[in-house]
Design a protein around this ligand. Structure first.
Ligand code: HEM
Length: 342
């Protein structure tokens, strides 16, 4: 067995251990959870599965029903809602700061331009406020919506711990730090580590690109002028390159992140990388980097490990908190901080 193959074999074992030993889609115990440990997070943030048991017992039913209705009308929203949650948790933790809509807020950043699904969260917040006024945070709603959207497109279920508070600060320059597809693997690893997540979380959550789309504007440089060479990115399969050039004549067009099975929540995303068919440069590079390649290879051949680990990594993502549980507020309207603050 050569070194590379040995590494893959080891990572297969590691993946099994990780997925077996962690909370997965079937194995959650309702209990208190603490946030992902990151430099800014509180030691005990008070998240728990029964947080709304008394203050809003029907919460998950309201959210579930509404998500299903929205997705029936527009199935493409599922991917957008999952991405919205990622962008929220990536800046100041999962505090709904991405939803604030004022001059200079995260939502107004360049990196947020193609985010969608805000109207879904507003609609659900309105319904929740009718039943349980001023009890449920927008951050908790967005977290539960991302879970329901994942399940709706065929992904795994996980239990969501609740108790997040809504932040009062939202700065567009911080949102510009969220990876946009042109970073090096080291930058991605460091970004994830700064949020308390590891290389496995990075590779698994990149696998959420098994569904959804990218605007062509984000990738035209790969098709025509990669790194200022005047040539396409050499790591793109020639036929796929031709397809993308045809598909992406206009920056405003959209193209599927998973060219083969764009509407199925599966491991085809990883198989595509093996065939030089990753849409984003940051996707394709996961196959070419020694830290991430063994995980890509392992996940490509083990769908059930992928599904179990998505549940684990999504819980970690949703538990990123940057301030203690007592801080923050329950917004009345997800798009603006409560007026009393001023
Ligand atoms: C690893 C770093 C990541 C990078 C560089 C990245 C980059 C991107 C880019 C450039 C797009 C297309 C945006 C556009 O329309 O122009 C996108 C879409 C998407 N991303 Fe990521 N992403 C990353 C991680 C994640 C994570 C962690 C998740 C989920 C937890 C995620 C979920 C999605 C989804 C579902 C879409 C499709 C959105 C839609 O169809 O509206 N991404 N991502």
């Amino acid at each position: 067995m050569n070194g590379g193959a040995a590494f893959v074999a080891i990572s297969l074992v590691v993946l099994h251990l990780v997925s077996d030993s962690s909370a997965n889609s079937h194995g959650y115990q309702p209990q208190k959870t603490s946030s992902v440990k990151n430099p800014k997070s509180a030691a005990n943030d008070g998240l728990s599965f029964d947080y709304y048991q008394e203050s809003c017992p029907g919460l998950e039913g309201i959210i579930h029903k509404s998500v299903n209705e929205w997705l029936k009308r527009d199935p493409t929203l599922a991917a957008s809602l999952i991405r919205l949650h990622f962008h929220d948790c990536s800046v100041r933790g999962c505090d709904a700061s991405i939803l604030l809509d004022h001059k200079g807020s995260e939502r107004r950043a360049n990196a947020s331009k193609t985010l969608r699904g805000f109207e879904v969260i507003n609609d659900i917040k309105e319904a929740v406020e009718k039943k349980c006024p001023r009890k449920v945070s927008c951050a908790d709603i967005l977290t539960a919506v991302a879970r329901d959207a994942t399940v709706e497109v065929g992904g795994p279920f996980w239990m969501v711990p609740y108790g997040r508070k809504d932040g009062r600060v939202s700065l567009s320059k911080e949102a510009e730090m969220v990876p946009m597809g042109r970073e090096k693997v080291t930058q991605l690893v460091e970004f994830f580590q700064s949020k308390g997540m590891n290389v496995l979380d990075l590779v698994v959550l990149s696998g959420m690109h098994t569904i959804g789309r990218s605007s062509c504007g984000a990738l035209q440089y790969r098709l025509y002028n990669f790194q200022g060479t005047g040539k396409p990115d050499p790591s793109i399969d020639q036929k796929y390159l031709n397809f993308l050039r045809r598909k992406c004549r206009w920056a405003s067009e959209n193209v599927d992140l998973d060219a083969k099975t764009p509407n199925t929540f599966d491991v085809q995303y990883y198989k595509n990388l093996e065939r030089k068919m990753g849409l984003l440069s940051t996707d394709q590079m996961l196959y070419n980097d020694s830290r991430t390649f063994p995980l890509v290879a392992a996940l490509a051949s083990q769908p059930s490990v992928f599904l179990d680990q998505v549940a684990v990594s999504m819980v970690k993502l949703g538990n990123i908190l940057d301030f203690p549980g007592q801080d923050g507020e329950i917004r009345a309207n997800c798009n603006s901080v409560n007026p009393s603050y001023y």
